[in-house]
Design a protein around this ligand. Structure first.
Ligand code: NCD
Length: 310
């Protein structure tokens, strides 16, 4: 079947439409049962993992997905490990990976790095996070988690809580919701951590109802899904700005006691202090499932990009 993914780059979640994502979710659902198997669908393919920034889940779940599909991986996990440390440019590094591999996953601290890599490379490039800007495959996992647990994404009320200014995950998640028909989105943050204007403009252009609020307490009762992010300390240009916002929000049992019994909490992880660990054993916690489903979603994405039948 022809899809919007075939040999495409994955730079922003808005490169795709609702139909693409529904196809991806259906395929991930099929592949869930194989997330501990070894299939032979991508036997001759090599994935290059170009991680210029730290990563646990994104890098390892891409690697796992590729290997479960029978493919192999090469790559690096820091700038120190490669010739960038000797003064090589990003463009030259990408040209080499383009020569050695069939697909490149890149994570970089600079906004636009993945787009630039896609311009240089002839093989498909997947953005595994570019600075504060985008993290499209995380958004795919986020929506899949909601689709799996809630049976759909439309008509629900969402809260996006935390560092909406620097967390690329909250930006990509919010943009992704704009491809569907949410009932309402509450953007919940400290005034210094408000969602970037381009994301809000996108919601407006899609006719999505949203409201910016400062306290989760004021809206928790209405929410079906609460999406939480950590404060992205490493992205603050000014450390004194971080001091002003640190510890300003926490999801704890007191907050959750006012929530709907079937409200779910998502978090891209890693978590720091923003979700009390007591929440982990409640039915609200969906973040470990979400992390686990990173593998079938990435398997599904790779099979669609390489256009192989499952
Ligand atoms: C996130 C990231 O790198 O943007 N992690 C992830 O990919 N799951 C979130 C974060 O670092 O806070």
């Amino acid at each position: 079947m022809e899809s919007g993914f075939k040999y495409r780059d994955v730079i922003s979640i808005t490169d795709f439409n609702r139909k693409d994502l529904e196809l991806l979710f259906d395929r991930a659902n099929t592949l869930e049962q194989y997330s501990k198997s070894r299939l032979r669908l991508l036997e001759n393919k090599v994935m290059a993992l170009a991680f210029f920034e730290p990563s646990t889940r994104t890098r390892m779940s891409f690697e796992t997905a590729m290997k479960r599909l029978g493919g192999s991986t090469i790559g690096f996990t820091s700038e120190e490990a490669i010739s960038i440390a000797k003064g090589e440019t990003l463009g030259d590094t990408i040209r080499m990976l383009d020569a050695y591999s069939d697909i490149i996953v890149i994570r970089h601290r600079l906004e636009g790095a993945a787009k630039y890599a896609a311009e240089v490379a002839s093989v498909p490039v997947i953005n595994g996070g570019d600075g504060k800007q985008h993290h499209p495959t995380q958004a795919m996992i986020d929506l899949y988690t909601i689709w799996r647990i809630k049976g759909g994404i439309d008509g629900l009320t969402y809260g996006v809580l935390g560092d909406l200014k620097y967390a690329r995950t909250s930006a990509s998640f919010t943009l992704a919701l704009g491809l569907f028909r949410p009932k309402k989105i509450y953007l919940i943050s400290h005034p210094l951590l408000k969602m970037r204007e381009n994301v809000k403009r996108y919601l407006r252009s899609r006719g999505i109802e949203f409201e910016e609020v400062e306290r989760a307490d004021d809206v928790i009762e209405e929410l079906d899904v609460l999406y939480v992010t950590r404060i992205q300390k490493e992205r603050f240009p000014d450390p004194s700005e971080y001091e002003k916002v640190k510890g300003t929000y926490i999801v704890n049992m007191r907050l959750i006691s006012k929530a709907k019994s079937d409200m779910i909490i998502l978090h891209p992880l890693p978590r720091t202090e923003e979700i009390d660990r007591k929440i982990d054993t409640t039915p609200h916690a969906a973040y470990f499932k979400q992390a686990r489903w990173g593998v079938p979603i990435r398997m599904a994405l790779l099979t669609l990009i390489f256009d192989v039948e499952v």
